[in-house]
Ligand binder design. Structure first.
Ligand code: ATP
Ligand code: MG
Length: 153
């Protein structure tokens, strides 16, 4: 599934849709360059889980937790340097308790569970526009993508 996000509010709306269908055990793997909108999309996802938490980039803290309809674990692995740091992330443990949203997922793809929804954000020429491409991995990823596609655009 792919399409245009013409402005900030369309990115927010896609995020809210994802958040509304997200379940414990789901992994949302976000990719795209600096400033693509990964944290912005995460803000929408958190809103979609009825979380009242303030979503900020976890670049320095590695992980932030947002309580809501389900618990979200927001991770950003941009600053990770080696495999031992990745192993310390315990993504599988977070997935037992909630859903994981991971920025820069392509950097740690080899360490991630099979299942997930991969979301790639690409900047376009117009400053407010993004192209988004969603790819399902595994059975749960496919189910999630189907549910999102039914509601979007
Ligand atoms: N349609 C859009 N979707 C998402 N962000 C947009 C859009 N239009 C403009 N923006 C702006 O682009 C910036 C995206 O920043 P954001 O922190 O979400 O990117 P990021 O991918 O998380 O970056 P980083 O790699 O540094 O973590 C924000 O300032 C946001 O307001
Ligand atoms: Mg970010």
């Amino acid at each position: 599934m792919e399409g245009y996000l013409r402005n900030l509010s369309e990115t927010g709306r896609l995020g809210k849709i994802i958040g509304s269908v997200l379940r414990v055990g789901d992994l949302i793997a976000l990719t795209g360059p600096l400033g693509a909108g990964k944290t912005t999309l995460t803000r929408g996802i958190a809103a979609g889980t009825q979380s009242l938490a303030e979503v900020k980039s976890p670049s320095f803290t590695l992980m932030r937790v947002y309580p809501g309809r389900i618990t979200l674990f927001h991770l950003d692995v941009y600053r990770l340097r080696d495999a031992s740091e990745v192993e310390g992330l315990a993504v599988e443990e977070y997935l037992q308790e909630g859903a994981v949203i991971l920025e820069w997922a392509d950097k740690v793809a080899a360490w991630l569970p099979e299942d997930g929804l991969w979301v790639e954000l690409s900047p376009l020429e117009k400053i407010d526009e993004r192209w988004v491409h969603l790819t399902a991995r595994g059975a749960r990823g496919a189910a999630l993508l189907t549910e999102v596609a039914q509601r979007w655009p």
